[in-house]
Design a protein around this ligand. Structure first.
Ligand code: GTB
Length: 218
């Protein structure tokens, strides 16, 4: 009998239930796949202990455990789920390869300048070069968003039916929610809204929010 996978997530996520920590990507993929899962919550201290380091060499969340298989990296985890369940990758081989390309593009091409912009705010906000660097970094993000918006055009999803590639792009774009950068492209804003309106997304979001609410309730 196939085992129910267990993922790890923050015991106390710094995002306070906003669904911005990376377990949300895995939860969403599992919900799209209709795959039940368990969650093991870990503290920051536990994440750096040998038991968790055996699961994740960098001491981070999320991880994914299914029988003998232990995985880290959200790209690898989402791809694994998508390859084993219907609903997240097309069957036709070329369309499937293109959907996987979008998954890689989300992580390798779109997310890096977004993370850099984000990190600059909290890690370099008080540095003398900060004011000069902001427009530079925003420019790099804008370059990616412009290209993404152009490619999406008036389509519902990036390449045919909703795929793991869309899931990852939506999650990466969500990282810009505290800015107006996505809103500069109404088609991208509508695309993110479509992703967030999916029932599987809602279930995943509510599940991670419940962790925060339970903790708040004491
Ligand atoms: N490349 C890895 C992957 O995709 O799986 C990156 C994993 C990662 O960065 N995990 C973060 C982590 O464990 C949590 S998600 N950090 C702890 C550590 O490195 O010690 C990153 C994150 C955290 C908080 C917010 N937030 O508060 O909004 C958003 C995103």
């Amino acid at each position: 009998m196939p085992s129910i996978p267990t993922i790890t997530a923050f015991e106390a996520s710094p995002d306070e239930g906003r669904g911005l920590a990376r377990d949300m990507r895995v939860r969403w993929a599992l919900e799209e796949a209709g795959q039940p899962y368990d969650v093991q919550l870990v503290s920051f201290a536990e994440m750096k202990q040998p038991a968790h380091l055996a699961r994740h060499p960098f001491g981070q969340i999320p991880t994914y455990q299914e029988g003998e298989l232990v995985l880290f990296e959200t790209g690898a985890i989402v791809l694994h789920i998508a390859q084993r369940h219907p609903g997240l990758l097309p069957d036709e081989p070329n369309a499937r390869a293109r959907a996987i390309a979008w998954l890689f593009a989300a992580l390798n091409t779109v997310e890096p300048p977004i993370v850099e912009l984000e990190q600059m705010e909290y890690a370099e906000g008080d540095r003398p070069w900060h004011a000069a660097r902001v427009p530079l970094m925003e420019g790099r993000v804008r370059t990616r968003l412009k290209a993404l918006s152009r490619r999406l055009g008036g389509a519902e999803w990036l390449d045919g039916a909703f795929s793991a590639g869309d899931l990852m792009i939506v999650m990466v774009l969500r990282r810009l929610e505290d800015t107006s950068l996505v809103d500069e492209h109404p088609n991208l804003a509508a695309y993110v809204a479509r992703g967030k309106a999916r029932p599987a997304y809602r279930r995943a979001f509510d599940a991670q929010l419940a962790v925060f609410m339970d903790r708040e309730a004491g």
